[in-house]
Design a protein around this ligand. Structure first.
Ligand code: F6R
Length: 263
């Protein structure tokens, strides 16, 4: 796990956006695993803005989203389908047959999970998986005590996640209880993972993810098992880490060939 501590959200989003662009430049038919939520919004905005001055060809890219609420229409402003149309698929011109997101309206949700997992196996592996993290340590919507060997399935959100996500809905009672999410094992099969976290509210979860024991109590701790995972965090999210100064030193002393990943 490579921990990169940046000054703020802007610097972190820029680094991650550069990594993603580099991935797509060097492999135009990249398979990207994408997250929604507040965390990647600025990253997606930067990608979109850079297309005007220095375009990268996203036409062959295939995208898989981590998760979707159950029971929300695609046109619902809080559905992740709507989010992706607004922040990524629309601005970057990802065609319908190249973008995948669980169908939270499926009449047979269990079959939908199996189909989604099979589609990832068919089109994958995911070259680069982008992640945020919940305050309770969830990745995707793999809440605490999710099996570390899990695959795409239906999950029930915790009270804390429903509360965090309520801001965007008109009231908490409107936040669905159920979601379809890639599993932890599904996520771990990506060739490379980039996690982003900003702000004090994520400090505890980042502590568990990076330095905590490997445990389903903090699902993000499973990322410690991944051979190529970058965790890009601002100072507020890093504040509980014991080895902060070591992580900074590793990054500063990085050999130039490794720095090229972000150029
Ligand atoms: C979203 C997702 C979630 C979010 C997490 C953080 O697709 O998979 O794990 O990354 O809930 O959400 P924000 O970024 O809104 O703090």
């Amino acid at each position: 796990m490579e921990v990169i501590i940046v000054k703020d959200r802007d610097e972190g989003s820029e680094l991650a956006a550069r990594r993603l662009r580099n991935r797509v430049s060097s492999k135009p038919a990249s398979v990207l695993g994408l997250a929604t939520g507040q965390t990647p919004e600025l990253l997606y905005r930067k990608l979109t803005e850079w297309q005007d001055s220095d375009p990268v060809n996203f036409k062959q890219v295939i995208t898989f989203n981590l998760d979707e609420y159950m029971g929300l229409e695609n046109s619902h402003p809080e559905s992740y389908h709507y989010y992706m149309t607004t922040h990524f698929w629309g601005p970057l011109g990802i065609l319908e047959d190249q973008r995948f997101i669980p169908n939270g309206l499926s009449k047979d949700p269990q079959q939908e999970c199996l189909n989604y997992e099979a589609m990832i196996q068919e089109k994958g592996p995911i070259d680069l998986q982008l992640l945020g993290i919940g305050r309770d340590g969830h990745i995707g919507f793999n809440e605490p005590m999710s099996s570390l060997g899990s695959r795409t399935r239906i999950k029930t959100l915790t009270e804390s996640t429903r509360k965090d996500n309520a801001a965007a809905f008109s009231s908490k009672s409107e936040v669905p209880y159920h979601v379809i999410t890639m599993g932890i094992q599904t996520i771990l099969e990506a060739s490379e993972i980039v996690m982003l976290a900003f702000g004090d509210a994520k400090a505890e979860a980042i502590k568990g993810c990076v330095e905590g024991p490997l445990t389903s109590v903090c699902p993000a701790s499973a990322l410690q098992m991944h051979p190529r995972c970058k965790v890009i965090i601002d100072e507020a999210a890093a504040k509980r880490l014991q080895y902060q100064s070591y992580y900074r030193e590793v990054y500063e002393k990085k050999p130039s060939w490794q720095k090229a990943e972000f150029v």
